[in-house]
Design a protein around this ligand. Structure first.
Ligand code: ZN
Length: 635
């Protein structure tokens, strides 16, 4: 079920940190390198009539499920039969859902597509309603009775994880009346996030700037793309005018954030969790303080990041480096790629994963499972869906010929192959890779392998600088830079959990402190622009319930796995494949630990720091060799 959410989260996240926001040149739009790359969804449903027939059949089967109510505790066999019946309908629903979502994702402007999404939503609600007895009934049976049933009937083992997640919530589930009240607060709790979106994406009076000769409002995506523009004056104006506009809304944005934080603190408190963080990670059972361990290791890499900023300053030929100089490419991108070239490149770059993986990937590419063409009404961002059990995963992105697009293909196929291997190894009940702590490890593994391949195969110094720049940018923006958001979120929730007042001014101060530390301002390397302290207002992290903390764990794990894979360590590769096959069969901490990555140990985070150190040292060498022959990226 979580996969529709996952696509949205990825879309938002890629806007925020993944390096996908580089401007598309007009030539790339006219000569669409992915022309014709659309998928064939018939493995899901032969056609829309078949979908409609199945929708009606599932709808008609729903009332049957209410008969299970009250029967689960009568015997192990009754428990198994009830769970099996619910599971079977859920499986059919997910297939209906995936088909509706994928069609709407490539053409959201179609009323028919939107209607199908709504229809699935309605059946989903009815399904939730008719099976609402499940959790209370399991909780009433209690752990002891459930475990006795499991012992009596080994056939119940595929439901172990499902039952465990319900039982684990026992201490946090309230009496029926209180549960109903907490559930009823749901829409109220969602409201601040909705207001924040309206402010940011609809009503914020964004300043306009002349971009490529046209006055363009600096909406969030345009202003981020501007940070990659070689025209330094344009970058400066875009950055300053946006942050100054944001700073006028400090009070409003603070009041909205306070409402959201208070809502989370409320639920954590009434459900007897020690903090908002504990509530957010309840299903994941991560050991406490893994974030502190990870953050301490990342903070140890600060001196390396400062060296990178200095190398960047030198290569750009700047007397003073500003925050708006941190993402502009250090060398012009050497090539543009067709989708076929991208696929060949990725197949070569994935060699450390072994022949079996490369063969699966090749089959996936040949299988019409990716929608890469640009198209009217297509959703921005990228995503992969593998919720329909027993059907190949489907990948959606918009390929524009840039290297970032190539990297996005590698990323999404990391998800796709993960989904495929998991489905082959797991029953439907544990095939959902729902935890953010794990989900992006395989996708980032692929991106890092690709960036290493590009460095190793660079033919000129300029190619080499471009490849190193991209590899470091990937780490800075999907990892080291994101600590600002996570620490900001943690601190803001701590204040709200204590019941203290959160205001725009408080949030500004917290963000500013972190921002200066992480961007080399405190160290005197980067110049300070005061309005940047309002930058938290257009970072969506606060409204995603510790999403970034979880995501960063997965990114660290990717760096750890790449280390083993590139050493051609057969044992490491086997453990990695076991993770790809594990799906949602256990707690993410256990799954990662079995693959060698112990999230509670500082050692786990060292490959990431070493990688950064290695890349920066290589860049410094390349910079020393090439000062003078690389076109400077500021004019
Ligand atoms: Zn991803």
């Amino acid at each position: 079920m979580g996969l529709r959410l996952r696509i949205i989260a990825i879309a938002v996240f890629s806007i925020l940190v993944a390096p996908v926001a580089r401007p598309i040149t007009p030539a790339a739009v006219i000569d669409d390198p992915a022309q014709g790359a659309v998928w064939d969804l018939s493995p899901l449903f032969r056609d829309t009539d078949a979908w409609e027939k199945e929708r009606a059949a599932v709808d008609a089967a729903l009332p049957e499920l209410s008969r299970i109510n009250g029967t689960l505790g009568s015997s192990a066999a009754a428990l198994k039969a009830g769970l099996r019946q619910i599971s079977a309908i859920r499986q059919r629903l997910e297939r209906l859902d995936e088909y509706a979502n994928l069609n709407a994702a490539v053409d959201a402007s179609s009323d028919v597509n939107q209607a199908r999404v709504q229809q699935v939503g309605e059946i989903q609600s009815r399904f939730d309603g008719v099976t609402a007895f499940l959790k209370p009934e399991i909780l009433a049976l209690g752990r002891e009775r459930i475990e006795a049933f499991e012992k009596a009937d080994p056939g119940l083992s595929i439901y172990r994880r499902l039952l465990e997640l319900i039982l684990r919530r026992a201490a946090h589930t309230l009496n029926p009346e209180a549960e109903a009240v907490v559930t009823a607060t749901g829409p109220l709790r969602q409201q601040p996030s909705a207001i924040h979106d309206v402010l940011l994406y609809a009503e914020m009076p964004w300043p306009s700037l002349k971009v490529n000769g046209t006055m363009t409002p600096l909406s969030p995506d345009v202003s981020r793309a501007a940070q990659f523009n070689p025209d330094r004056e344009l970058r400066r104006q875009a950055f300053e005018s946006v942050t100054q506009t944001l700073s006028h809304f400090e009070g409003t944005a603070g009041a909205i954030a306070a409402g959201y934080l208070a809502g989370t603190a409320f639920e954590a408190k009434v459900r007897h969790y020690p903090s908002s963080l504990a509530l957010a990670v309840a299903d994941d059972a991560m050991p406490e303080d893994t974030f502190k361990v990870m953050a301490a290791e990342a903070s140890g890499a600060q001196p390396t990041l400062l060296r990178y900023l200095k190398a960047r300053q030198r290569l750009l030929g700047l007397a003073e480096i500003h925050v708006y100089d941190l993402r502009v490419p250090l060398a012009p991108p050497p090539h543009r790629y067709t989708l076929t070239e991208a696929e060949t490149l990725i197949l070569n770059a994935m060699a450390p994963l072994g022949e079996y993986y490369v063969r699966m990937l090749k089959m996936g590419f040949d299988n019409h499972a990716m929608h890469a063409a640009s198209q009217h009404g297509k959703m921005p961002g990228a995503g992969t869906q593998y919720e329909a059990y027993g059907v190949q995963p489907f990948v959606i992105l918009t390929f524009d010929g840039s290297f970032d697009s190539v990297s996005t293909v590698a990323h999404e196929w990391g998800h796709a192959i993960n989904g495929q291997l998991t489905q082959a190894a797991q029953p439907f009940e544990t095939a959902d890779i729902a935890s953010t702590f794990v989900a992006d490890a395989p996708s980032l593994t692929n991106e890092i392998l690709l960036s290493d391949y590009m460095i190793a195969n660079a033919k000129t110094r300029q190619d080499r600088i471009s490849a190193l720049d991209h590899a470091i940018d990937l780490l800075r923006y999907s990892y080291f830079g994101a600590f600002v958001d996570v620490e900001f979120e943690m601190k803001a929730h701590e204040i709200a959990d204590r019941g203290d007042a959160v205001t725009g001014q408080t949030l500004n101060e917290i963000y500013c402190g972190l921002y200066k530390r992480f961007n080399g301002i405190d160290a005197g390397v980067t110049a300070f622009d005061a309005s940047a302290c309002a930058g938290w207002i257009n970072r969506p992290g606060l409204y995603y319930d510790f999403y970034f903390y979880k995501y960063l764990t997965a990114v660290s794990a990717a760096a750890y796995f790449v280390d083993g894979l590139e050493k051609n360590d057969a044992e490491a590769r086997k453990r990695y494949f076991d993770l790809l096959k594990a799906g949602g069969s256990d707690d993410p901490y256990i799954l990662l630990k079995r693959a060698g990555f112990d999230a509670a140990s500082p050692i786990a985070y060292q490959p990431m720091a070493r990688r950064l150190e290695r890349l920066v040292a290589q860049l410094e060498v390349a910079v020393a060799q090439s000062i003078g022959d690389v076109p400077r990226a500021n004019h």
